[in-house]
Structures are given as structure tokens and as C-alpha cells.
Ligand binder design. Structure first.
Ligand code: ZN
Length: 155
């Protein structure tokens, strides 16, 4: 098990757009295992590559482990296929913005396609999983929850 340092906002590494992963090498597999270790240790429910100083399109999440119902999912090159019209607003925290939860509006359901060592998957997530997926996906485009709050205020 190895823990990675979590990048704390403001840090330029949290604002860059990440690049697709051409091939899942053993190094990438190890990175994802380390990201899970780091996320559970933090403790958090999701962690994206820029949060550990990397610039690949990778995130890991596990919505239920804190309630004793672990469902770990590692996403390489995730793509959002669809977002529902239904919206929900809930409090979100970010391991890179400690102790600063913010109310963010999200789609209530998100359909995601991603790759892992086993192949390509597509699933529709709802509830807390949908929120985590959208939060972590944002990190891959250099977006943090502060940006979402500001956009809502500007509307
Ligand atoms: Zn975050």
C-alpha cells in the first residue's frame, strides 16, 4: 500500500485538462491502486488523478464504503454519455479543498462509459454515485467545486 500526496487548492495542477490514457500499463494499474489507498486513508469517496499531481484521465470512487457497503470503481478515460434533466443540489466536499463543503447542483442521473483492466463499461448512476461521478469528472477538465459555485451565482 502506498499513499500519495493530495494536491491542495489553489494549485495549478488542479486547473489543467487531463490527457487520455493510451494504454493501461502496469504503472497505471499501480497508480489506481495507490489512488484507492489514498482515497480510503483521506478518508474520501472519490479521487481524481490531478488530485495526486497526475494529468491522466483517471478517477476512482467508492460511494458506499463508509456505510460498510464498498463498491470500488476505477475509471480510465471516462466519458459522460448522458445527464438527466432532473437536477439535485447537495453538499459536496473535496479532498483538495479541505473542510469547505459547498452546495452544488448536479444532474440526478449520469450515464458514464469508461475503461478498466477488464474492458469497457457503461452504466447509469444515480444518487450519491451520480454526484461523485460528476465531481470527479470535473477534476479531469480542471474544474473544482469553486468553479461550479461561481457559475451558479453568475446565472
Ligand atoms: Zn474534488
Amino acid at each position: 500500500m502506498s499513499l500519495l500526496d493530495i494536491v491542495i487548492w489553489p494549485d495549478a495542477r488542479l486547473t489543467r485538462v487531463c490527457a487520455p490514457v493510451p494504454i493501461i500499463t502496469p504503472e497505471i494499474v499501480r497508480l489506481m491502486a495507490d489512488m484507492f489507498d489514498t482515497m480510503y486513508d483521506a478518508p474520501g469517496r472519490g479521487l481524481a488523478a490531478p488530485q495526486v499531481g497526475r494529468s491522466e484521465r483517471i478517477f476512482v470512487f467508492d460511494a458506499g464504503w463508509k456505510e460498510g457497503n464498498p463498491t470500488p470503481i476505477a475509471c480510465v478515460n471516462p466519458e459522460i454519455i448522458a445527464l438527466s434533466e432532473d437536477r439535485l443540489t447537495g453538499e459536496e466536499g473535496c479532498l483538495s479543498i479541505p473542510d469547505t463543503p459547498m452546495d452544488i447542483e448536479r444532474a440526478a442521473q449520469v450515464t458514464l462509459r469508461w475503461t478498466d483492466v477488464e474492458g469497457t463499461h457503461e452504466r447509469t448512476f444515480s444518487g450519491s454515485e451520480a454526484v461523485i461521478v460528476q465531481h470527479e469528472y470535473d477534476h479531469l477538465d480542471g474544474i473544482v467545486i469553486y468553479d461550479r459555485v461561481e457559475k451558479d451565482d453568475a446565472q
